[in-house]
Design a protein around this ligand. Structure first.
Ligand code: ZN
Ligand code: FE
Ligand code: FE
Length: 203
């Protein structure tokens, strides 16, 4: 382990971190697109996948402009967000609507992570006087913010459309039985769907 002594080294490290994250997301976003059922959501993931390719290129330009080799550094943050998604999809046989809402949340988690990463990278680039880097990083940040807004809007729309068809009992006497009711409904649909393709039945 070498001693890190300058903000510039930290900047390069964090750049490598986000470079790894973006490259990971170029593989993850097409998966999300294929898992989504809602058409607008699928398209949002497809278009953000294309933007992400461009973001990778922008980061390569940043590396070049500061005279560093474009290189990734494993980023446990994005790996964790990905793993949370993978485990949910493996362990819960969610209905299409529930899965879509879940996917918007997974995407939002990734976007928030990226927004935080770019915001602090931009601050450092500015402090270091790296103006070209600032511009390139800002372009990526803008796309992340737009992507976040888009999935938030889609999530709201999907949730609104399910209003009233909630499996939960709404009677005033059932505050005690609510979670039980939601859980048993989930179990029922798991049982129904697992008969065909699944071998395991965890929930
Ligand atoms: Zn790191
Ligand atoms: Fe990104
Ligand atoms: Fe993103």
């Amino acid at each position: 382990m070498s001693r890190m002594t300058t903000p510039r080294q930290l900047f390069v490290h964090e750049l490598q971190d986000v470079y790894y994250a973006e490259k990971t997301l170029t593989r993850v976003l097409p998966t999300l697109a294929s898992q989504a059922t809602d058409r607008e959501l699928t398209r949002a993931f497809e278009s953000h996948a294309r933007e992400t390719q461009k973001q990778v290129t922008n980061l390569e330009k940043v590396f070049k402009s500061i005279g560093e080799r474009a290189e990734g550094q494993p980023c446990p943050g994005i790996d964790g967000i990905k793993r949370e998604h993978d485990e949910f999809m493996r362990e819960h046989d969610a209905t299409p609507v529930v899965a879509d809402v879940f996917l918007t949340g997974s995407a939002a988690r990734a976007e928030h992570y990226e927004i935080a990463a770019y915001t602090s990278l931009i601050e450092k680039a500015r402090a270091l006087g790296e103006r070209d880097s600032v511009k390139l990083l800002q372009a990526n940040l803008r796309q992340e913010k737009d992507a976040l807004k888009k999935v938030e809007t889609i999530s709201k729309r999907i949730l609104k459309s399910t209003n009233g068809s909630s499996p939960r009992s709404r009677s005033s006497s059932s505050s005690r039985g609510r979670s039980t009711s939601a859980r048993s409904t989930a179990r029922r649909s798991t049982a129904k769907r697992s008969s065909s393709t699944r071998t395991r039945s965890r929930s």
